[in-house]
Design a protein around this ligand. Structure first.
Ligand SMILES: NC(=O)c1ccc[n+]([C@@H]2O[C@H](COP(=O)([O-])OP(=O)(O)OC[C@H]3O[C@@H](n4cnc5c(N)ncnc54)[C@H](OP(=O)(O)O)[C@@H]3O)[C@@H](O)[C@H]2O)c1
Length: 307
């Protein structure tokens, strides 16, 4: 017998399936889409992806699954494909899997997860669990989260890559941590991708990490593009300057994201949001033109005056 709660849940998912069923993920934006190339293979990926830390770690509430499904659908319809998650992010991987199930039409995604544990054997189990949670046979990218036991996990990832269960392998850090170890890994390990923090107020990556990635032909994913949301707080009650609008940078979101993806060594940035409106706004940065080097410098100098 169905109780009222189960009935409501089933109705909700039937509704999701109807509303979210579509066959084409082509974007309706007529401006030029900004894509970048993964140096190790020359595969093209969209320059704006999405993160899932906190925003997709929502427990198991069915109404929240519906709202996250709509956020993911908005992202895919706007031309996005790179989704970054991790076993560290609570229920996020499970929620991504549920959202992908809810969206019919076999969306093409670039799936990026991580391994995050001190133990190699536990790492192998964690990776198998990630395949199950996302509902995938192959990951586009598997990264060692925060460089934890990177030596042993890279052995596992290299093997999985040779078995074609993973396309690319990489390592991550954030908040400016562990940069000297990261540099060592970039110089010595056979990684396709590296992920670290870079934004208009945290630009230390410009000195060594970004030039090194360019030199070693390693693709770069940028995390914390909004400094966890702090950049919007600095810009609160202030409008984007007219000289930026004349260059087609119309919102603060576009100001922050285009600053990042206009760096030639950056492959993709992964802003996170729990709001459809913010996802729509963030995906505007996937289109149009990129700031020149001189405009980038002006943007950075100007933003310092708001801090
Ligand atoms: N070591 C690692 O591997 C590592 C570490 C950190 C992060 N990451 C990855 O990088 C991703 C991004 O970093 P992050 O989540 O720390 O921070 P972030 O993307 O810099 O900032 C997220 C915050 O920005 C807000 N936001 C997003 N779009 C907005 C908009 N248009 N207007 C106003 N506010 C907006 C969100 O609030 P709303 O929900 O209200 O939109 C959220 O609070 C993570 O989700 C994760 O996938 C990886």
């Amino acid at each position: 017998m169905l109780n009222r709660r189960k009935f409501l849940l089933l109705s909700l998912f039937a509704f999701v399936n109807q509303v979210l069923s579509f066959s084409s993920f082509a974007s309706t934006d007529s401006r030029k889409k900004i894509i970048k190339f993964i140096p190790s293979t020359a595969e093209a990926i969209p320059a704006i992806g999405m993160g899932t830390w906190l925003t997709f770690d929502i427990g198991h509430h069915s109404d929240e699954v519906l709202s996250r499904t709509q956020i993911l659908k908005t992202f895919l319809e706007a031309g996005g494909s790179v989704i970054d998650s991790s076993p560290m992010y609570g229920s996020a991987e499970k929620i991504i899997g549920l959202c992908l199930q809810n969206i019919q039409g076999n969306p093409q995604i670039f799936s990026a997860s991580k391994v995050w544990t001190p133990l190699q054997d536990h790492g192998k189990q964690q990776i198998e669990n990630s395949f199950r949670l996302w509902g995938l046979d192959q990951f586009s990218l598997l990264q060692v989260h925060n460089l934890v036991n990177y030596k042993e996990h890279l052995q596992t990832l290299i093997k999985l890559k040779s078995e074609k269960r993973i396309q690319y392998i990489g390592v991550t850090t954030s908040h400016g941590n562990k940069h000297s170890l990261l540099i060592d890994i970039m110089n010595n390990e056979p990684i396709d991708f590296v992920q670290f923090t870079y934004n208009i107020t945290h630009d230390e990556a410009e000195h060594i990490l970004l030039p090194l990635a360019n030199k070693k032909k390693i693709a770069v994913i940028i995390n914390r593009p909004f400094d966890g949301g702090n950049l919007f707080r600095h810009a609160k009650n202030k409008t984007v300057p007219d000289w930026a609008k004349q260059e087609n940078i119309n919102t603060w979101s576009e100001f922050f994201l285009k600053f990042i993806i206009s760096h030639p060594a950056v492959t993709c940035v992964i802003p996170a949001t729990s709001k459809i409106k913010h996802m729509q706004e963030n995906m505007q940065s996937l289109y149009g033109t990129l700031p020149s080097q001189s405009l980038r410098l002006r943007m950075k100098e100007y933003f310092k005056t708001l801090l």
